[in-house]
Design a protein around this ligand. Structure first.
Ligand code: FAD
Length: 395
């Protein structure tokens, strides 16, 4: 067997590429190559807040979210054989004002049909029954997901890759794919440091770098890069005031507990940037960031006023015009598959993405999801899949 000929080459070993590899091996396709210019999970996945929740106004993304949540919460350890459980159940709140209520009611009603225990509360009732340490000013409805939470993204990716490797996949770290090899309109492989690696299918799971190998063949995808900075606070002594996972449509922030000692806060918008999107961290949280993240958070949670800024990280999103992913075959180059443009909410959906792309490779179409609406052609046809909410990131 030619050691440089594979059934599929996956470019990128973040949450997306590693889940695709895991799903392929699970389904019996193990002659695959996963290649990453850095290391496994060292791209934007390494900076992910990794909140796992269900609330999406787009019905198909909602279905992907429920499928993925069940995987993270109930199946991960058994299916990957990983010794670590990567999911922490904290409960997640989705808080909205009057303008959001109708869509929230619709989403919660559908989620209930999917056996998810999600409930819609009036804010005062939520305070009495679930969590009282918040200021409900401006809020009209609270969607409560008691069994949602977050993951440890780094361990999750390592476990996907270990499973794939044990099953026969080849993993190359520290190797950059320089270009695609085309035979007319068919992609037949990739070039890595001048060497050719052939495959029946090439998967673009490169996140914010998605266009790097496409530009030189004039195939740019509509993806911009957005910067997201997350502030970490040290938990105050009065620990019961620490909120569960929280997505605040009214004030435009999200937060979640990080272990027993910290709380992280992120924003719902991302500033477009031309910076080199290398994920990283500040040596000390800058003042502007402390203000930007703490102000809305402390307005909502005044009892967290003694929580001290501790650290801050920098990550980048691969954002499409409607903040939804690009999924599927490229219509211009045969056998090239894209799973990119995750727009800041792609970690939680990685199990669904892995299932979809492995099905595309094996069967030519997804057996579980209808991905028609996520093709790159929707932008040419101006068919937006944007969330019903202002912030596309929350779906
Ligand atoms: C700060 C932050 C917070 C987030 N919070 C959440 C959240 O709470 N919930 C959620 O669901 N999502 C969240 N996300 C989004 C989520 O983390 C990402 O959508 C997801 O992890 C991206 O995974 P990926 O594998 O597509 O990309 P990446 O993890 O970036 O992986 C892409 C890989 O491709 C490799 N690569 C690129 N070019 C090449 C090349 N030419 N050759 C070889 N390898 C290459 C890179 O080295 C990289 O490892 C957050 C993201 C950030 C930045």
């Amino acid at each position: 067997m030619d050691p440089k000929k594979f059934e599929a080459i996956i470019i990128g070993a973040g949450s997306t590429g590693s889940s695709i590899a895991f799903n392929l091996v699970k389904k019996g396709v193990s002659n695959i190559l996963v290649v990453d210019m850095s290391c496994v999970g060292c791209g934007q996945t390494s900076r992910s807040s990794a909140i796992i929740r269900l609330h999406y106004t787009n019905p198909e993304v909602r279905k992907m979210a429920v499928y993925s949540w069940r995987f993270w919460r109930d199946k991960f350890v058994e299916e990957t054989g990983c010794e670590h459980d990567v999911f922490s159940e904290t409960g997640v709140v989705f808080a909205g004002s009057r303008e959001h209520r109708e869509a929230m009611e619709e989403v919660v009603s559908d989620l209930k049909k999917m056996n998810t225990d999600v409930e819609l509360y009036e804010p005062d009732v939520f305070k009495k029954e679930i969590f009282k340490y918040f200021n409900d000013e401006g809020l009209d409805a609270i969607a409560w997901e008691p069994h949602s939470g977050h993951c440890d993204p780094n361990t999750a990716v390592q476990c996907f890759i270990s499973y794939s490797k044990d099953g026969g996949a080849k993993i190359m770290e520290g190797k950059r794919v320089d270009s695609l090899i085309l035979d007319g309109e068919v992609v037949t492989g990739v070039k890595i440091k001048g060497e050719m690696y052939k495959a029946d299918f090439i998967v673009n799971a490169m996140g914010v770098w998605a266009n790097d190998i496409l530009r030189n063949i004039n195939l740019e995808l509509p993806i911009t890069v957005g910067k997201e900075e997350v502030l970490y606070l040290l938990t105050p002594e009065k620990r019961e005031v620490v909120p569960p996972g929280w997505e605040d449509l009214a004030l435009g922030f999200y937060s979640r507990p990080e272990g027993k000692t910290q709380t992280l806060i992120g924003g719902m918008e991302a500033e477009e940037t031309n910076e080199e999107p290398i994920p990283g961290e500040y040596t000390a949280p800058p003042v502007h960031l402390i203000r930007m993240r703490s102000d809305p958070f402390l307005k909502r949670f005044p009892d967290m006023k003694d929580a001290k800024p501790h650290a801050a990280i920098i990550g980048y999103y691969d954002i499409t015009p409607d903040w939804q992913p690009i999924i599927g075959f490229d219509h211009r180059v045969k056998n090239l598959i894209h799973m990119v443009g995750l727009s800041g909410h792609g970690f939680k959906l990685a199990p669904a993405f892995g299932d979809i792309i492995s099905d595309l490779i094996i069967h030519g179409s997804s057996k579980t999801f209808n991905i028609e609406g996520f093709s790159m052609r929707r932008f040419e046809k101006q068919e937006s899949k944007h969330s019903k909410y202002k912030y596309g990131i929350v779906g």
